[in-house]
Design a protein around this ligand. Structure first.
Ligand SMILES: Cc1cc2nc3c(=O)[nH]c(=O)nc-3n(C[C@H](O)[C@H](O)[C@H](O)COP(=O)(O)OP(=O)(O)OC[C@H]3O[C@@H](n4cnc5c(N)ncnc54)[C@H](O)[C@@H]3O)c2cc1C
Length: 325
């Protein structure tokens, strides 16, 4: 049986690995300690923050069919949020999210999705691939330059700027990858021990350096505290991604206080995550890259759009093409 190395246990890498697992010996390498990549959750005591993707939609029949078992097994559920749009400080639209179209969240948190998709796969967590070299077969190396495996196929399922540091130039797409522009984002997390109702559960914000505010704790009825999750705009984060993190926290808290009556100084927990490669605008490109001669592939949301469904489709469709080659 041919061996395939998948680099990255985000949604695209896990979708691909699941497509191939009955036909190849598949090993997934993941540099972090958990599954799901940017579909991530931070816990602090009783506080739960989905500090990457907050929710997702399923637009294609293919993805709807894929997530149906997750709905049946209570891995995901519909978030019936009280949703508002805020433009320059004023609420311009409000409605309650329903089922058509549905906005799904992981239960009890978004990282349940990665855990579900990784079940039954051989995923090597905390193992960063630092180098990939072509001999008769592909040789993978870690950061200490240890050989961590020999493979017939390699698929990179990581953001383009990270892939370019690692993949060899025998792959003819090499020079094109650098043109993909990923956008940054900051996630600010505020935890309060008491229940706080600000009148809505999720807000899309315009006219500020914050683009999103949610009461993350409203997703889960069993929670007795309040966890606010704030995303900066991509533009502001890209301009400030290397700035001092305490300054960034202070700036975003101030920006939030100007919009909603949340006393940030009373928070029992304040956390911040900077995502250098958070998102990408809609692309008009193939959904993945496959170099059959070299048995090398690339997949990820960045081929399509910064969405969970896009990441799934990129990985899954690359898997289909590897199977027919
Ligand atoms: C702040 C934020 C908000 C978002 N909001 C939404 C939303 O509301 N709805 C939505 O649908 N989408 C949202 N997204 C986008 C969504 O999360 C992504 O489109 C999707 O998760 C991308 O999956 P992926 O598999 O392509 O990449 P990733 O999730 O980035 O997975 C790549 C994986 O590879 C690992 N890795 C990287 N380099 C190496 C290496 N050298 N060796 C081993 N492992 C490595 C990483 O640790 C990671 O786990 C959001 C993203 C962010 C950051």
């Amino acid at each position: 049986m041919d061996k395939v190395a998948v680099i990255g246990a985000g949604i695209s890498g896990l979708a691909l690995a699941n497509k191939l697992k009955n036909h190849f010996e598949v090993v997934v390498f993941e540099k972090s300690r958990g599954y799901g990549g940017r579909v991530a959750t931070r816990r602090f005591g009783e506080f739960i923050f989905d500090h990457g993707a907050q929710f997702f939609k399923a637009k294609t029949e293919e993805f709807k069919n894929y997530i149906n078992p997750m709905i049946d097994q209570n891995i995901i559920d519909v978030w019936k949020a009280r949703f508002v749009e805020i433009d320059n400080g004023k609420i311009t639209n409000d409605r309650v999210w329903g089922e058509d179209p549905s906005n799904y969240v992981g239960i009890p948190s978004m990282n349940a999705i990665g855990k579900y998709m990784a079940d039954g796969l051989n995923v090597r967590l905390s193992e960063k691939v630092a180098n990939v070299l072509k001999g008769n077969k592909w040789q993978l190396y870690d950061e200490a330059n240890n050989n961590i495996g020999e493979f017939d196929w390699v698929v990179s399922a990581i953001p383009p700027k990270q892939a370019i540091d690692m993949i060899p130039d025998v792959v003819y797409l090499y020079s094109e990858i650098s043109r993909y522009e990923m956008l940054a984002c900051y996630s600010l997390m505020l935890g309060y021990e008491e229940k706080i109702d600000i009148g809505f559960d999720a807000a899309l914000i315009k006219g500020a350096d914050i683009s999103w505010l949610s009461v993350n704790s409203s997703k889960y009825s069993s929670v007795n505290n309040t966890a606010f999750l704030i995303h900066s705009t991509n533009k502001w984060a890209s301009q400030n991604i290397d700035n001092d993190r305490d300054w960034v926290k202070g700036y975003l808290c101030n920006e939030l206080s100007n919009l909603v009556p949340i006393k940030t100084e009373n928070a029992n927990y304040i956390g911040l995550q900077g995502w250098r490669y958070a998102n990408i605008k809609k692309q008009n490109n193939p959904e993945f890259f496959l170099d059959r001669d070299n048995k090398f592939g690339l997949c990820g949301d960045w081929f399509i759009q910064g969405r969970i469904e896009a990441a799934y489709l990129s990985g899954s469709h690359l898997g289909d093409h590897i199977l027919i080659s």
